[in-house]
Design a protein. Structure first.
Length: 343
Protein backbone atom coordinates (compact mmCIF):
# COMPACT_ATOMS: atom_id res chain seq x y z
CA UNK A 1 0.00 0.00 0.00
CA UNK A 2 1.44 3.36 -1.06
CA UNK A 3 1.79 6.08 1.55
CA UNK A 4 -0.98 8.19 -0.02
CA UNK A 5 -3.35 5.21 0.13
CA UNK A 6 -2.49 4.62 3.78
CA UNK A 7 -3.16 8.32 4.38
CA UNK A 8 -6.52 7.88 2.70
CA UNK A 9 -7.40 5.01 5.05
CA UNK A 10 -6.29 7.09 8.06
CA UNK A 11 -8.30 10.10 6.87
CA UNK A 12 -11.44 7.97 6.80
CA UNK A 13 -11.16 7.17 10.52
CA UNK A 14 -9.51 10.39 11.75
CA UNK A 15 -12.70 11.84 13.31
CA UNK A 16 -12.93 8.82 15.61
CA UNK A 17 -9.33 8.51 16.75
CA UNK A 18 -8.97 10.88 19.73
CA UNK A 19 -10.08 8.31 22.38
CA UNK A 20 -7.83 5.63 20.87
CA UNK A 21 -4.88 8.03 20.73
CA UNK A 22 -5.43 8.79 24.43
CA UNK A 23 -5.42 5.08 25.26
CA UNK A 24 -2.26 4.56 23.21
CA UNK A 25 -0.52 7.45 24.99
CA UNK A 26 -1.52 5.98 28.35
CA UNK A 27 0.00 2.64 27.34
CA UNK A 28 3.21 4.44 26.40
CA UNK A 29 3.26 6.33 29.70
CA UNK A 30 2.88 3.04 31.57
CA UNK A 31 5.40 0.98 29.60
CA UNK A 32 7.64 3.30 27.59
CA UNK A 33 6.50 1.55 24.38
CA UNK A 34 5.08 3.78 21.63
CA UNK A 35 2.01 2.57 19.75
CA UNK A 36 2.09 3.19 15.99
CA UNK A 37 -1.64 3.51 15.35
CA UNK A 38 -1.50 3.56 11.52
CA UNK A 39 0.42 0.27 11.60
CA UNK A 40 -1.83 -1.27 14.26
CA UNK A 41 -4.98 -0.32 12.37
CA UNK A 42 -3.97 -0.84 8.74
CA UNK A 43 -0.94 -3.12 8.43
CA UNK A 44 -3.16 -6.08 7.57
CA UNK A 45 -4.89 -4.11 4.84
CA UNK A 46 -1.52 -2.94 3.53
CA UNK A 47 0.00 -6.42 3.41
CA UNK A 48 -3.11 -8.02 1.90
CA UNK A 49 -3.62 -5.23 -0.65
CA UNK A 50 -7.19 -4.59 0.50
CA UNK A 51 -9.31 -1.78 -0.92
CA UNK A 52 -11.29 0.65 1.21
CA UNK A 53 -14.70 -0.87 1.93
CA UNK A 54 -18.21 0.23 1.09
CA UNK A 55 -21.22 -1.82 2.13
CA UNK A 56 -19.11 -4.95 1.96
CA UNK A 57 -16.21 -5.13 4.42
CA UNK A 58 -12.63 -4.84 3.22
CA UNK A 59 -12.09 -8.59 3.64
CA UNK A 60 -15.33 -9.39 1.82
CA UNK A 61 -17.11 -11.36 4.54
CA UNK A 62 -19.42 -8.83 6.22
CA UNK A 63 -22.33 -7.14 4.49
CA UNK A 64 -24.47 -4.14 5.37
CA UNK A 65 -27.97 -5.04 4.21
CA UNK A 66 -30.95 -2.70 4.05
CA UNK A 67 -34.01 -3.73 6.05
CA UNK A 68 -37.47 -2.20 6.22
CA UNK A 69 -36.47 0.08 9.09
CA UNK A 70 -32.73 0.54 8.72
CA UNK A 71 -29.65 -1.60 8.21
CA UNK A 72 -28.20 -4.89 9.48
CA UNK A 73 -24.63 -6.16 9.29
CA UNK A 74 -24.34 -9.90 8.66
CA UNK A 75 -20.87 -11.45 8.78
CA UNK A 76 -20.37 -14.69 6.82
CA UNK A 77 -16.82 -15.11 8.08
CA UNK A 78 -16.62 -18.91 8.25
CA UNK A 79 -17.62 -21.81 5.98
CA UNK A 80 -20.28 -22.78 8.55
CA UNK A 81 -21.83 -19.32 8.21
CA UNK A 82 -22.16 -19.68 4.45
CA UNK A 83 -23.65 -23.12 4.91
CA UNK A 84 -26.24 -21.65 7.29
CA UNK A 85 -27.54 -19.05 4.81
CA UNK A 86 -30.37 -21.27 3.46
CA UNK A 87 -31.58 -21.80 7.03
CA UNK A 88 -31.40 -18.05 7.64
CA UNK A 89 -33.45 -17.39 4.50
CA UNK A 90 -36.05 -19.82 5.77
CA UNK A 91 -36.12 -18.12 9.19
CA UNK A 92 -36.69 -14.78 7.48
CA UNK A 93 -39.54 -16.23 5.44
CA UNK A 94 -37.81 -16.06 2.06
CA UNK A 95 -36.48 -19.55 1.26
CA UNK A 96 -36.88 -19.15 -2.49
CA UNK A 97 -35.73 -15.58 -2.98
CA UNK A 98 -33.61 -15.42 -6.15
CA UNK A 99 -31.62 -12.49 -4.77
CA UNK A 100 -30.83 -14.43 -1.61
CA UNK A 101 -29.97 -12.79 1.68
CA UNK A 102 -30.09 -9.20 0.47
CA UNK A 103 -33.68 -9.55 -0.65
CA UNK A 104 -34.67 -11.50 2.45
CA UNK A 105 -33.37 -8.80 4.79
CA UNK A 106 -35.03 -6.12 2.70
CA UNK A 107 -38.35 -7.69 3.60
CA UNK A 108 -37.96 -7.65 7.39
CA UNK A 109 -36.88 -5.41 10.26
CA UNK A 110 -33.16 -5.11 10.99
CA UNK A 111 -33.50 -6.54 14.50
CA UNK A 112 -35.35 -9.56 13.10
CA UNK A 113 -32.59 -10.24 10.60
CA UNK A 114 -29.93 -9.95 13.30
CA UNK A 115 -31.83 -12.19 15.70
CA UNK A 116 -32.28 -14.83 12.99
CA UNK A 117 -28.56 -14.77 12.25
CA UNK A 118 -27.70 -15.02 15.96
CA UNK A 119 -29.94 -18.07 16.36
CA UNK A 120 -27.80 -19.80 13.72
CA UNK A 121 -24.49 -18.69 15.27
CA UNK A 122 -23.80 -16.04 12.64
CA UNK A 123 -22.28 -12.76 13.81
CA UNK A 124 -24.65 -9.89 13.05
CA UNK A 125 -25.49 -6.45 14.39
CA UNK A 126 -27.77 -3.44 14.09
CA UNK A 127 -25.74 -0.24 13.63
CA UNK A 128 -25.18 1.58 16.92
CA UNK A 129 -26.97 -1.04 19.02
CA UNK A 130 -24.03 -1.30 21.46
CA UNK A 131 -23.71 2.43 22.10
CA UNK A 132 -24.15 3.46 25.72
CA UNK A 133 -24.58 -0.15 26.89
CA UNK A 134 -21.32 -0.81 28.76
CA UNK A 135 -17.78 0.56 29.20
CA UNK A 136 -15.04 -0.59 26.85
CA UNK A 137 -13.21 -2.21 29.77
CA UNK A 138 -14.82 -3.45 32.97
CA UNK A 139 -12.41 -4.41 35.77
CA UNK A 140 -13.43 -6.68 38.62
CA UNK A 141 -11.15 -7.69 41.50
CA UNK A 142 -10.79 -11.36 42.46
CA UNK A 143 -7.20 -11.48 43.72
CA UNK A 144 -4.65 -9.70 45.87
CA UNK A 145 -2.27 -7.07 44.57
CA UNK A 146 1.44 -7.65 43.95
CA UNK A 147 3.53 -5.39 41.74
CA UNK A 148 6.22 -6.80 39.43
CA UNK A 149 8.40 -5.42 36.67
CA UNK A 150 7.02 -6.09 33.19
CA UNK A 151 10.14 -8.11 32.39
CA UNK A 152 9.10 -10.60 35.08
CA UNK A 153 5.61 -11.09 33.64
CA UNK A 154 4.71 -14.35 31.89
CA UNK A 155 1.72 -14.21 29.55
CA UNK A 156 -0.27 -17.17 28.26
CA UNK A 157 -2.20 -16.12 25.19
CA UNK A 158 -5.15 -18.34 24.25
CA UNK A 159 -6.60 -15.75 21.87
CA UNK A 160 -6.71 -15.90 18.10
CA UNK A 161 -7.19 -13.70 15.03
CA UNK A 162 -6.31 -10.06 15.84
CA UNK A 163 -7.45 -8.26 19.01
CA UNK A 164 -5.95 -10.60 21.61
CA UNK A 165 -2.69 -11.21 19.71
CA UNK A 166 -2.23 -7.43 19.27
CA UNK A 167 -2.67 -7.01 23.02
CA UNK A 168 -0.05 -9.72 23.60
CA UNK A 169 2.30 -8.15 21.05
CA UNK A 170 2.21 -4.76 22.77
CA UNK A 171 2.79 -6.28 26.21
CA UNK A 172 5.61 -8.37 24.75
CA UNK A 173 7.25 -5.23 23.37
CA UNK A 174 7.04 -3.84 26.91
CA UNK A 175 9.18 -6.76 28.15
CA UNK A 176 6.71 -9.52 29.06
CA UNK A 177 7.37 -13.08 27.92
CA UNK A 178 4.51 -14.37 25.77
CA UNK A 179 3.50 -17.97 25.16
CA UNK A 180 0.85 -18.46 22.48
CA UNK A 181 -1.17 -21.61 23.08
CA UNK A 182 -3.20 -23.12 20.24
CA UNK A 183 -5.55 -26.05 20.00
CA UNK A 184 -4.24 -29.00 18.01
CA UNK A 185 -7.62 -29.33 16.32
CA UNK A 186 -8.54 -25.64 15.93
CA UNK A 187 -5.45 -23.55 15.09
CA UNK A 188 -5.59 -19.77 14.96
CA UNK A 189 -7.59 -18.82 11.87
CA UNK A 190 -5.18 -15.94 11.24
CA UNK A 191 -2.64 -18.54 10.13
CA UNK A 192 -4.67 -18.91 6.96
CA UNK A 193 -4.61 -15.20 6.20
CA UNK A 194 -1.60 -13.05 5.30
CA UNK A 195 1.54 -14.81 6.63
CA UNK A 196 3.54 -11.61 7.08
CA UNK A 197 0.80 -10.12 9.24
CA UNK A 198 0.62 -13.24 11.40
CA UNK A 199 4.41 -13.11 11.88
CA UNK A 200 4.21 -9.43 12.85
CA UNK A 201 1.55 -10.11 15.49
CA UNK A 202 3.49 -12.97 17.04
CA UNK A 203 7.08 -11.83 16.59
CA UNK A 204 9.23 -12.97 19.53
CA UNK A 205 6.51 -15.12 21.11
CA UNK A 206 6.86 -18.77 22.01
CA UNK A 207 4.25 -21.14 20.61
CA UNK A 208 2.70 -24.31 22.02
CA UNK A 209 0.13 -26.56 20.34
CA UNK A 210 -1.82 -28.82 22.69
CA UNK A 211 -4.94 -30.94 22.83
CA UNK A 212 -7.56 -28.78 24.56
CA UNK A 213 -8.87 -31.47 26.90
CA UNK A 214 -9.98 -31.03 30.53
CA UNK A 215 -6.88 -30.68 32.71
CA UNK A 216 -4.48 -30.35 29.76
CA UNK A 217 -3.96 -26.63 30.30
CA UNK A 218 -3.61 -26.60 34.08
CA UNK A 219 0.18 -26.80 34.17
CA UNK A 220 0.56 -24.18 31.44
CA UNK A 221 -1.66 -21.67 33.23
CA UNK A 222 -0.05 -22.38 36.62
CA UNK A 223 3.10 -20.57 35.46
CA UNK A 224 1.26 -17.54 34.05
CA UNK A 225 0.93 -14.06 35.50
CA UNK A 226 -1.44 -12.93 32.75
CA UNK A 227 -3.95 -14.89 30.68
CA UNK A 228 -5.37 -13.44 27.48
CA UNK A 229 -8.38 -15.18 25.98
CA UNK A 230 -10.94 -14.23 23.38
CA UNK A 231 -13.39 -17.10 23.46
CA UNK A 232 -16.76 -17.32 25.13
CA UNK A 233 -16.11 -17.87 28.87
CA UNK A 234 -17.79 -21.28 28.92
CA UNK A 235 -15.19 -22.61 26.46
CA UNK A 236 -12.33 -22.47 28.98
CA UNK A 237 -14.59 -23.32 31.91
CA UNK A 238 -15.33 -26.65 30.26
CA UNK A 239 -11.59 -27.27 30.36
CA UNK A 240 -11.42 -26.47 34.06
CA UNK A 241 -10.04 -22.92 33.74
CA UNK A 242 -11.87 -20.18 35.61
CA UNK A 243 -10.68 -16.61 35.73
CA UNK A 244 -11.81 -16.10 39.31
CA UNK A 245 -9.81 -19.11 40.56
CA UNK A 246 -6.74 -18.13 38.53
CA UNK A 247 -6.72 -14.65 40.05
CA UNK A 248 -7.31 -15.82 43.61
CA UNK A 249 -4.54 -18.43 43.47
CA UNK A 250 -1.61 -15.97 43.41
CA UNK A 251 -1.33 -12.21 44.03
CA UNK A 252 -0.70 -9.88 41.13
CA UNK A 253 -2.28 -11.88 38.35
CA UNK A 254 -4.43 -10.41 35.55
CA UNK A 255 -6.96 -12.12 33.30
CA UNK A 256 -7.84 -10.34 30.04
CA UNK A 257 -11.13 -11.61 28.61
CA UNK A 258 -11.95 -10.23 25.16
CA UNK A 259 -15.53 -10.77 24.02
CA UNK A 260 -17.90 -9.29 21.50
CA UNK A 261 -20.46 -7.94 23.97
CA UNK A 262 -19.35 -8.89 27.49
CA UNK A 263 -18.65 -12.10 29.37
CA UNK A 264 -22.28 -12.53 30.34
CA UNK A 265 -23.33 -12.47 26.67
CA UNK A 266 -22.71 -15.49 24.42
CA UNK A 267 -23.03 -13.54 21.16
CA UNK A 268 -20.11 -14.04 18.83
CA UNK A 269 -18.52 -11.11 17.05
CA UNK A 270 -15.81 -10.32 14.56
CA UNK A 271 -14.18 -6.98 13.91
CA UNK A 272 -16.48 -5.65 11.21
CA UNK A 273 -19.84 -6.51 12.78
CA UNK A 274 -18.61 -5.38 16.22
CA UNK A 275 -17.64 -2.04 14.65
CA UNK A 276 -21.14 -1.68 13.24
CA UNK A 277 -22.72 -2.56 16.60
CA UNK A 278 -20.66 0.19 18.19
CA UNK A 279 -21.69 2.72 15.56
CA UNK A 280 -18.16 2.89 14.18
CA UNK A 281 -19.18 3.36 10.55
CA UNK A 282 -18.90 5.93 7.85
CA UNK A 283 -21.76 7.31 5.76
CA UNK A 284 -22.33 7.64 2.04
CA UNK A 285 -23.72 10.81 0.44
CA UNK A 286 -27.26 9.59 1.20
CA UNK A 287 -26.49 9.22 4.90
CA UNK A 288 -26.50 5.42 4.76
CA UNK A 289 -23.80 3.43 6.62
CA UNK A 290 -20.62 2.07 5.07
CA UNK A 291 -17.80 0.13 6.68
CA UNK A 292 -14.74 1.93 8.03
CA UNK A 293 -11.23 0.53 7.86
CA UNK A 294 -10.47 -3.17 8.05
CA UNK A 295 -12.30 -5.02 10.86
CA UNK A 296 -11.62 -1.86 12.86
CA UNK A 297 -12.98 -3.10 16.21
CA UNK A 298 -10.24 -5.75 16.27
CA UNK A 299 -7.14 -3.53 16.46
CA UNK A 300 -9.01 -0.91 18.49
CA UNK A 301 -9.84 -3.57 21.08
CA UNK A 302 -6.26 -4.84 21.07
CA UNK A 303 -4.96 -1.39 22.05
CA UNK A 304 -7.65 -0.94 24.74
CA UNK A 305 -6.86 -4.39 26.16
CA UNK A 306 -3.10 -3.79 26.25
CA UNK A 307 -3.52 -0.49 28.07
CA UNK A 308 -5.95 -2.03 30.56
CA UNK A 309 -3.54 -4.89 31.28
CA UNK A 310 -0.56 -2.56 31.66
CA UNK A 311 -2.55 -0.32 34.00
CA UNK A 312 -3.71 -3.26 36.11
CA UNK A 313 -0.20 -4.73 36.37
CA UNK A 314 1.21 -1.34 37.38
CA UNK A 315 -1.38 -1.18 40.17
CA UNK A 316 -0.69 -4.71 41.40
CA UNK A 317 -3.13 -6.77 39.33
CA UNK A 318 -5.63 -9.18 40.86
CA UNK A 319 -8.21 -8.15 38.24
CA UNK A 320 -10.45 -9.69 35.64
CA UNK A 321 -10.57 -7.29 32.71
CA UNK A 322 -13.62 -7.73 30.51
CA UNK A 323 -12.92 -6.00 27.19
CA UNK A 324 -15.90 -5.75 24.84
CA UNK A 325 -15.16 -5.26 21.15
CA UNK A 326 -18.50 -3.60 20.45
CA UNK A 327 -18.06 -1.30 23.46
CA UNK A 328 -14.53 -0.34 22.38
CA UNK A 329 -15.93 0.59 18.97
CA UNK A 330 -18.76 2.50 20.64
CA UNK A 331 -16.27 4.53 22.70
CA UNK A 332 -14.75 5.88 19.50
CA UNK A 333 -18.12 6.45 17.83
CA UNK A 334 -19.53 8.19 20.90
CA UNK A 335 -16.61 10.60 20.96
CA UNK A 336 -17.17 11.56 17.32
CA UNK A 337 -20.86 12.21 18.00
CA UNK A 338 -19.96 14.57 20.83
CA UNK A 339 -17.60 16.48 18.57
CA UNK A 340 -19.88 16.44 15.51
CA UNK A 341 -23.55 16.28 16.54
CA UNK A 342 -25.78 14.62 13.95
CA UNK A 343 -27.77 16.96 11.74
Amino acid sequence: MENHVLRDWMDSVEPFLDPLADVARSFTDLTGVPVDLPTALFLRAQLAGLERPGRTSANGSCHLLQATDGWAAVNLARPDDLAAVPALLALLGSPDEPEGLRAAVRGCKAAEAVEGARLLGIAAAVPGSAQGVRPAVHAERFGERCTRAMTEIRIVDFSALWAGPLCARLLGLAGARVLKVESATRPDGARFGTPAFYRWLHDGHDNLVVDFAPGALDEIVAEADVVIEASRPRALRRLGLRAEEFLAARPGRVWVGITGYGRENDRIAFGDDASVAGGLTGYDPNGDPVFLGDALADPVTGVFAAQAAARSLAEGGGELLCVSMAACAATLADARTRVQPPC
